[in-house]
Structure formats: structure tokens, C-alpha cells
Write a protein that binds this ligand. Structure first.
Ligand code: PLP
Length: 376
């Protein structure tokens, strides 16, 4: 097999689709004005129109109203705005979350202090009884739609129904699932939703927070009055246009293709001795996520050896890999330190094909046996 370049880190960031780039470019070079309102110059009206049309299209994709969408600089900011903005308005509110969230939630919670953590099972699903036990009227519950490392998809509809009845504000971080799974903020009783286009071949540096009408959120940045006074700063119009384009060109057929490739990769890698799947099987696992611990092999060594063969993967959480700490997600689902250290995440995109998967299977087999010869 000839050496190929295979990018399997699509849970961190994806390649931008050329149609998205084309749509964005015109707002860098031709209609580059600030988006003006009625008292501003006429040049800015094109930008204003692009901004409002994007807001409408993105709102529609999650069954929201256009004035419920606030553009931010990305998923970390949206998560910060959701939690900090909520507790700034309700400053004794308890935050309920899990220990397997992304750091952009966990570290905000750590700083705040008044936090309760739900139990999760060995596949990463929330134990509903712990939610019943920890519920408190006026609290905010923040959970991911799907876990960034192990792909566990939570039952948002059931949890949302419970929160609505219990008087709990419900925040969902849908960074990993946006467009890949159906999200309907009405049907799912979601009050706050973090979304971004960077995992669906849109630009990075742009995101949004859906804020249900009536939910009070305080701005966490000081500045002008953009985005309904909730998020100051010049709107990133080219990125917002790219966000809209990524939503419009999203094709559900790619999700079915990714499911098939995911299962082919998973099945074949689990045939290697002493491997363990992290996260669940089936439809409650994200369509593009495979996470496996390869006993007696360091995840970092796997990453480097696969890189030499042209395959890009991550170990633990990509956002964490520089810290070389064991994955808090794998430890959080009751995994052993060895499982955490030997875990590798393969995350697929619409640009992967069956040849990529077969090349990866062959090379992972070779690398694992080479590394085990040294370590065992
Ligand atoms: C579920 C989830 N939320 C939030 C983030 C934060 O993303 P970033 O650090 O790119 O802003 C990530 C990143 O991988 C994520 O997977």
C-alpha cells in the first residue's frame, strides 16, 4: 500500500469546504464593511443583510427564532457565555454537570464553585437517577449532546423534558453533533445551545449561542451593543457567512456514509488482541467517532508512529494532548489509568473513504505489534 495522508482528527477541526471559502471571500474583499443599521452608511447594508440572513438560516436549522441566536468567537466562548452569563443573572444558582464535559465547561464550573456532578455509567451515559437526586429549581444543567472523546450521545429529549418540569435551565453543548444529529430546541426543551461550524467544514473562530426567549443572560465581555447587547465586538461577517454556507451544504447522506466507515474501522481494530472500546456501540455513538484503548501501548507513541505513516489521530482529548495527562473522560467513566493512557481517538469526516479506513486498519495493526514488541 502506498503511503497516504489520512486526517482522522475531525472532532478537533475539519477541512473547510471550498464552497464555504468562496462564500466567505467576497465578504473579505468586496463587502467588508461593518454591518450598519439605519443610521449608518449604505455600504454596511450588504453586511447587515448577510448577518441577518445567516442568523435566520442558522436559527432555522435548530428550529429557533432568529433573535434567539447570538454569534460568538466559537464553542469555548459560547459555553462560557451560557454558564457565566446565567449565573451572573442568578448568582446563587447551582450548576449541574458531569465530570466528562469539555474543559470549557469544567473549568468555568471549577471557578464558580456551586456545582453538582451527575453520575455517568461506563459508556458515558448520564444516570438519570442522579439527576433526580441533584435537581434544584432555578439551577442550570449543562451537558454535551455527544462526548468529544468517546462519542456518547445523551438522551437530550428525555433530559430536556425533565428539566422543563423541574424548573431547571437546560444548556446543551452541541459542538460535536451540530447538523450531524437532528436538534430541535422546541421538541427537546433546550434553553441554551452551543453550536459551531468548524466540525462541519465551516470556518473556525465563529460560533453561536442559542438563548431561548425569556432566559436571562448577562454579557461576559464589556464593549458596544452588538448582538442584542449580549456579545459586544465587531461581528465576524465573513465567518458568519461561512457558518451559514456550511449549514446549507450539509448533506445527511454523509452521516450514513460515516456510520458505515466508523463501524468498519471499529470492528477491525477491535479484532486486535487486548483492545477495549471506549464509549458505546450503535446509534447512540456519534457517527464519526472511534475511541479504542490498545493495552500495553502508550497513546502518544501510537500517535507519533501513525503520524510517520501519514495518519493523523489524537490520544486522550486533542485539546489536552499537550498536557500529556490521562484523559479525564476515560477516568470519568471508570476507566483505568492504563486505558486512559493507551486510548486513541479516530474521528472521521465526509472526506474519508473506504481506502482510508483500510489503510488505517493495516497500519494500526502493524504499529501496535511493533510497539508491543518493545514494551512487553
Ligand atoms: C464538545 C466540545 N465543546 C467545546 C469545545 C471547545 O472547543 P474550542 O477549544 O475549539 O473552542 C470542544 C473542542 O473540542 C468540544 O469538543
Amino acid at each position: 500500500m502506498k503511503k497516504r495522508f489520512i486526517y482522522l482528527d475531525n472532532a478537533s477541526v475539519t477541512k473547510v469546504d471550498s464552497r464555504v471559502l468562496r462564500a466567505m471571500n467576497i465578504y473579505h474583499t468586496k463587502y467588508y464593511s461593518v454591518p450598519t443599521v439605519e443610521y449608518g452608511h449604505s455600504f454596511g447594508l450588504k453586511s447587515r443583510k448577510a448577518l441577518e440572513q445567516a442568523r435566520e438560516a442558522i436559527a432555522e436549522s435548530i428550529n429557533a427564532n432568529k433573535d434567539e441566536i447570538i454569534f460568538t468567537s466559537g464553542q469555548t466562548e459560547s459555553n462560557n457565555l451560557a454558564i457565566k452569563g446565567f449565573v451572573a443573572m442568578n448568582n446563587t444558582a447551582r450548576v449541574i454537570t458531569t465530570k466528562i464535559e469539555h474543559e470549557s465547561i469544567l473549568n468555568v464550573c471549577k471557578d464558580y464553585g456551586n456545582v453538582a456532578y451527575l453520575d455517568v455509567d461506563r459508556e458515558g451515559f448520564i444516570k438519570f437517577n442522579s439527576l433526580k437526586r441533584l435537581q434544584e429549581e432555578g439551577a442550570i444543567l449543562s451537558i454535551q449532546h455527544a462526548n468529544h472523546e468517546i462519542g456518547t450521545v445523551q438522551n437530550i429529549k428525555r433530559i430536556g423534558r425533565f428539566c422543563r418540569k423541574a424548573g431547571i435551565t437546560f444548556h446543551v453543548d452541541a459542538t460535536q453533533t451540530f447538523m450531524k444529529l437532528d436538534i430541535d430546541v422546541e421538541r427537546m426543551n433546550i434553553d441554551l445551545l452551543t453550536i459551531s461550524p468548524h466540525l462541519i467544514h465551516g470556518p473556525r473562530g465563529i460560533g453561536a449561542l442559542y438563548i431561548r426567549k425569556g432566559v436571562k443572560i448577562k454579557a461576559i465581555l464589556s464593549g458596544g451593543y452588538n448582538e442584542f447587547g449580549i456579545r459586544p465586538g465587531l461581528e465576524n461577517i465573513p465567518a458568519i457567512v461561512g457558518f451559514r454556507k456550511a449549514v446549507e451544504i450539509f448533506d445527511k447522506k454523509d452521516v450514513s456514509r460515516m456510520f458505515k466507515l466508523r463501524d468498519r474501522l471499529m470492528k477491525n481494530l477491535l479484532e486486535i488482541d487486548n483492545t477495549k472500546l471506549n464509549g458505546p456501540l450503535g446509534k447512540d455513538r456519534l457517527c464519526n467517532n472511534v475511541n479504542i484503548s490498545f493495552r500495553y501501548v502508550e497513546g502518544e507513541s501510537m500517535l507519533l508512529h501513525l503520524d510517520l505513516r501519514g495518519i493523523i489521530v489524537t490520544t486522550g482529548s486533542s485539546c489536552f494532548s499537550t498536557a500529556l495527562k490521562p484523559s479525564h473522560v476515560i477516568l470519568g467513566i471508570g476507566g483505568r489509568h492504563e486505558d486512559a493512557h493507551s486510548s486513541v481517538r479516530f474521528s472521521l469526516s465526509k472526506y474519508n473513504d473506504v481506502e482510508d479506513i483500510d489503510y488505517t486498519i493495516k497500519n494500526v495493526n502493524e504499529v501496535v505489534s511493533e510497539l508491543r514488541k518493545i514494551s512487553m
